[in-house]
Design a protein around this ligand. Structure first.
Ligand SMILES: [Mg+2]
Length: 137
């Protein structure tokens, strides 16, 4: 069993070094949906579709770059603003989906990270872009 070091923050979550308060965002999203009577539309399929659409919108920012985009390209204010918006859209739909499903995102993410560490042991996959079930030289 692999135990990953984690940061424990009650009722809050860390993502990218930034404190994300899942409970506060989930509560805001509940109110946002209730005010508009949109809860009826927040089915598993619709929210999963929304997550896919938003991740596609993130990809669209870098479409046609043929891999030439670099992290420094995000220093351009317009690119950075669009990227921030799409990341926020993805995060909000993730939180909304998890909230409706009663899934603890922190626990689920930690569990998946541990599983990935088992599938991709450092000694076998360091510097490799192979998938776990592909042969690594
Ligand atoms: Mg969007």
């Amino acid at each position: 069993m692999i135990v990953l070091e984690t940061v424990r923050v009650p009722a809050s979550r860390w993502l990218g070094g930034i404190l994300i308060d899942n409970e506060k965002l989930a509560s805001s999203l509940r109110a946002f949906a209730a005010d508009r009577d949109w809860d009826q539309f927040h089915t598993p399929k619709n929210l999963a579709s929304a997550i896919t659409v938003e991740t596609s919108e993130l990809l669209e920012i870098f479409q046609w770059s043929r891999g030439q985009k670099k992290w420094s390209d995000l220093d351009a204010p317009d690119v950075r603003a669009r990227t921030e918006e799409e990341l926020a859209d993805i995060l909000l739909y993730l939180i909304r989906f998890a909230d409706k499903a009663g899934i603890d995102l922190q626990r689920a993410a930690e569990s998946k990270l541990a599983l990935n560490a088992e599938k991709y042991p450092v000694e076998r996959f360091k510097g490799s872009d192979k998938k776990y079930n592909e042969k690594v030289e």
